[in-house]
Design a protein around this ligand. Sequence first.
Ligand SMILES: Nc1ncnc2c1ncn2[C@@H]1O[C@H](COP(=O)(O)OP(=O)(O)OP(=O)(O)O)[C@@H](O)[C@H]1O
Length: 328
Amino acid sequence: MENYFFINPKAGQGKGIDKLAANIEAAAAALGMTAKIYITKGVGDGERKARETAQSLDGRPARFYACGGDGTNNEIINGTIGFDQIAVGCIPIGTGNDTVRNFPGDFLDIKAQLLGTTQKIDLIRYSGVLNGIYQERFCVNMFNIGFDCNVVELTSRLKKKPLIAGSMAYLLAVMGMFVQKKGIELKLVEDDKTLIDGEVLLCAISNGSYCGGGMYTSPQALISDGIFDLNIIKDVPRLTFLRLFPKYKKGTHLQVPGIEDILTIKKCRSLNLEPKRDHFFLCADGEISTAEAIHFEIVPRVLDFIVPTGSKMHKSIISNLYTVDNYI
Ligand SMILES: Nc1ncnc2c1ncn2[C@@H]1O[C@H](COP(=O)(O)OP(=O)(O)OP(=O)(O)O)[C@@H](O)[C@H]1O
């Protein structure tokens, strides 16, 4: 079995990249395995190289490891779609690393990764005009739309300004968006049924449970249940937002009495999202695009995801915590 490691040198501010390459080589040598390392050159290069490498394998099985955060993992998954003999793993050296939080285990242990088993997981296929071009892509963890996506978008603009570092940019963006309380006006349609038509604070379409670097916002989601979970938070007063935000972050919001007046949750297999304005910001696995009308569809158990030895799915107990009353 061939093992390929695609390292994003900019993930997680680029710390420890040299050490990672050396660790990969040492772990593979100790296990008598081969490991090929590729350092990505820019946005989209990991996806391009993964596709090119997959084609060159001519059907031979291989393991592709995305070494980076959620964005790199998303690129390697999109690059290998349709190559069923390739399993994808993630060495989480990014900032948020939310996808691997859906599994227990030490994803930084390279030996455990090389010896790991694979587990079938779902992906969400989404299609529509993204950044001005019609595209069909796949998301593994979560889509964020509205407030939290606007925070990520403003953070990336602020980070480009002199003297504003990453965490300061994030804080300023949260404060700026909180003052504006900027959500989104949208229409969500499942089959022929309109679920939402109007202003909401945020909308998340979740395959996994975590976003924003460990915020446990969709505890009801399971990455291999053949379904995705919708969270829609209404345009709430600022005080309510402040009161509930820490609970939303910790994943304890579903137990708050009266939460159904603010939060709508629903399990779906497909969904259409139409913005009220000409386009909106869509955050898919932490990466932002401008989007027009988008169709989302679950593709059950389509990806062989590598879990390090010692890892098991751990979410079945948690999925019993939500109350059915909260559902549309
Ligand atoms: N050589 C490179 N130079 C600049 N950007 C790169 C390079 N290689 C990959 N990228 C891009 O870096 C972006 C961020 O990567 P990634 O999301 O993996 O890290 P992160 O932002 O630190 O982590 P997370 O998304 O988990 O918070 C991705 O859009 C990816 O395409």
